[in-house]
Design a protein around this ligand. Sequence first.
Ligand SMILES: [Zn+2]
Length: 175
Amino acid sequence: MHLGRMGEFRTPDPAVTRRHARLEVDMEGRVSLIDLGSTNGTFLNGLSIDTAPVVDGDRIQVGTTIFEVSCEARRVCPLCSTQVRGERAVYGFAARWRGSGVAFCCPGCLTVWRFPLGVAKATVLATGAVVRRAIERMTRAAEEGREGEEAARLDPAWLRKVPEIVRLLTPAVDG
Ligand SMILES: [Zn+2]
């Protein structure tokens, strides 16, 4: 996502470059601010930056415009209210879709949610029943020693990133 006179976070400020800075989200849902070689620079909490991590409550200044960072998409399962932590991230969307966000698998009900960045409403990518069936199939396959074969068949492929399935795919360490 871009900040500038063009982009998702837009300002008509003449001191701002068309594409002034970019926000990126990684697989764990961490957000980075990157200056795109702008004429007047990008400031985070008053300091000039090239690249810097951004958290809730930070202030980004471009030209005379200040953006206050508010991560509205709280990592709480909208269905069962279980707190969803970073290690439950199953997919980063920054590269694949326009806009950015991250998908999380709820440890309580196994629903996979997509949390688009800066949007309060999460959307369901897969219901708990779908994820549970995939885990059951993988458990059976692991018992029969054909987990690789089953993993290749998992559709959509990001089901392989669900932590319960990752564990089935990782051989147990003896001793
Ligand atoms: Zn849940």
